[in-house]
Design a protein around this ligand. Sequence first.
Ligand code: PLP
Length: 393
Amino acid sequence: MPEVKKNLDKKTNSFVQGAKPSQIISLNKEFKKIDNIVLLTVGEPDFNTPEHIKKAAIADIQANDSHYGPSSGTPELLQSVADFLKNHYHLNYDPATEIVNTLGVTEGICDTMKTILNPGDELIVPEPTFPVYAAAASAFGGKIVPVSTEESGFILTAEKLKQVLLAHPQAKAIVLTTPGNPTGVAYNEKQIQALVNVLKNHDIFVISDEIYSELTYDRPHSSFAAALPGQTILFNGVSKSHAMTGYRLGIIAGPQSIISQIAVIHQLITTALPDVVMAAATEAFSAGENDAATMRVEYKKRRDYLIDAFTKLDISFAYPDGAFYFFFKIPDYLEQDGFKLARQIAEEAKVGLTPGVAFGQAGYLRLSYAASLDQIKIAVNRLSEFFSKQKQA
Ligand code: PLP
């Protein structure tokens, strides 16, 4: 049999560096089998897709909209995205040439890496972060430059960025995620401007994943695309804001020169998205103004409960401005290997958590609060009991 590809990662037997996304999925599968476990592992809203969006999807099916649609997205969808980005974040994109839809942001990440990276090109990845960027970049021959952000509250500072760019002057792109996964930390206007003041003097793309932009709890979202439109490739979508992970719709917005190239890769891979998905997403972007607002109120309650509970437990954590993740430090009296500890907690305390190391940050655990407050309270009680037993042991 011929070899699939050279340079297999010895640990995972895959050519994808680290192959961390699949580690998270397999851990979750393992935990699901444990009786009576409270699973706080997945990054997926626990709400149903809003009724008006489901109705739009059903109406589209009944209208026999079942043909190959336009690859970049229907004009209605692209217009609704342009209006959404303008009304919510003051961003100006031409729907016909500066926006393309993809099969979730995940496909958008792959398309973008395939489009911008030549083999050996460097991608700066502040960590911890969503592992798909590095996995996709490495699958297409890119070289990852990981940068730790732990010491500055999981925010990349301008000073650190300058140092990294000095050491890697040829880096092709940097990925920034705000609000972040796994930390929930979001960049404010000042922090964005400080980074942009550095980035604007470099020939580098800014890949800004803002998929959690609708889920911020203390202040409105600030966008890198607003501060540096000429270099920014912006990701957003309906998975998190409208509880539509299974519909698979993401969008990329950016300068025409790059969007037109990404659109070619997208067309090669998917031909076009399902018509019903485009119809549902058009409804979400154009008439789903209040959908995220309702969820935001719930998520904020849960987040505030967790902040209070972990403060009382005297466990330090990243301050979660947005998204639905709570990222806390593993106390020194516990097992320090994240995967071992997550398995021990799942078996003994019956709470499913994800090790921070799966996102590039050892010494932390991620708790997803995309679960009911009742479930979260049960989990916190169990964790608190587990922690005090371990402390005494
Ligand atoms: N980007 C980030 C930062 C995420 O956390 C996730 C999902 O967890 C995604 C993208 C995936 O988005 P989609 O469902 O649109 O593929």
